[in-house]
Write a protein that binds this ligand. Structure first.
Ligand code: F6P
Length: 357
């Protein structure tokens, strides 16, 4: 009988998921003669009876699919299997039902596409099931440990950079300080990359302790030197971390972009406007880099199952696809390296990070 493997996408969607699903199904079929079953809505599909899933017909997975944003399987970032929210407000362990769902589908391997939270849940879910698991990292936040890239991040950076390209002319026309708040739940990867690529004057990220006075001084100096407009990038988490905002700065945990625009306007006299980029960063057509990443990681994930390897995640490292134990991924987060190339590059370009250096 043909071997059947499953694939599901879990957590927040991002660009490149459809390209990943396609790569997995094509490799499984053409490389190994296997059937791939796509499970709907992450782990939620496993709770339905019959299980909500579909056999992926490789003839229908044409290249157009790789260009589409989102995930045609659906995803969820709710519904912890071990503490599933019930209609009456209580929590219930429904992991057994999900494992039963996997067995009902007759799966002999599962590829889970997710961030570290989703991969952690899948790992715990599958451990007692005997079904081998291989993870593929995805998140626009790019904070999955032990991989330089997660699917979705390159597109998010491209979208944020394009936003800066668009904010610059309108900011210059009206002599305004344009503040762009970008996503990144706990990390500043999107912010630092877009700030460099988009020619920002200031970038604030949770990994660098910043002070509003230094940002004000930088903008004031630019204005004194004759520059009438400025671009400021702020990571959504920049006001959250204990290590980030100055205790005296009262930067909020949510809405740091609007807050920053207000403070800069009050302190410098410049007109300022905030743009919160939000889910625009997730719902885009994947860039070529994301499609390549999806293809390379998807193919290798299937091959790992074929080699009998499990409880591992495929990763992008030094322009190679490698694989690492999931145990070295879950419960960790890869934040922006304070002494790394991107921070050094930003500083060298004269971009203000709001700190003392
Ligand atoms: O983790 C991806 C991410 O897009 C974060 O950057 C953001 O903080 C969060 O998800 C938003 O989640 P939701 O779509 O549930 O609002």
């Amino acid at each position: 009988m043909t071997k059947r493997i499953g694939i599901l996408t879990s957590g927040g969607d991002c660009a490149g998921l459809n390209a990943t699903i396609r790569a997995v199904a094509l490799r499984a079929h053409h490389g190994h003669g296997w059937t791939t079953v796509g499970i709907h809505y992450g782990t939620l599909g496993l709770l339905e009876r019959p299980v909500e899933a579909e056999v992926l017909d490789v003839d229908r997975l044409d290249a157009a699919l790789a260009r589409q944003g989102g995930t045609f399987l659906g995803s969820t970032n709710r519904g912890d299997p071990f503490a599933f929210p019930m209609p009456d407000g209580s929590r219930k362990d429904r992991s057994g039902e999900m494992v039963e769902g996997l067995h009902l589908l007759g799966l002999e391997g599962l590829i889970g596409v997710g961030g570290d939270g989703s991969l952690d849940i899948l790992r715990r879910l599958l451990a007692p099931s005997g079904v081998p698991l291989v993870g593929i990292p995805k998140t626009i936040d790019n904070d999955v440990a032990n991989t330089e890239r997660a699917i979705g991040y390159p597109t998010a950076v491209a979208v944020a950079t394009e936003a800066l390209d668009r904010l610059q002319p309108t900011g210059a026309s009206h002599e305004r300080v344009m503040v762009l708040e970008v996503m990144g739940r706990d990390a500043g990867h999107i912010a630092i990359a877009a700030a460099i690529a988009g020619g920002a004057d200031v970038v604030l990220i949770p990994e660098v302790r910043w002070h509003i006075e230094r940002v004000v001084a930088h903008i004031a100096a630019l204005r004194a030197a004759g520059r009438s407009s400025a671009l400021v990038v702020v990571a959504e988490a920049a006001g959250q971390s204990d290590e980030a905002a100055d205790a005296a700065s009262d930067a909020p945990k949510h809405g740091v972009g609007e807050w920053l625009a207000r403070r800069l306007s009050q302190a410098t006299g410049a007109e300022a406007r905030a743009t919160v980029l939000g889910h625009v960063q997730r719902g885009a057509m994947p860039t070529a880099e994301d499609r390549l990443l999806a293809a390379a990681l998807g193919v290798r994930a299937v091959d790992l199952l074929a080699e009998g390897k499990a409880d591992r995640m495929v990763a992008w490292w030094n322009r190679q696809v490698i694989d690492v134990p999931l145990a070295k991924v879950v419960g960790r987060s890869r934040t922006v390296d304070r002494d790394g190339t991107l921070i050094r590059t930003a500083r060298a370009l004269g971009i203000c990070l709001g700190d003392a250096r």
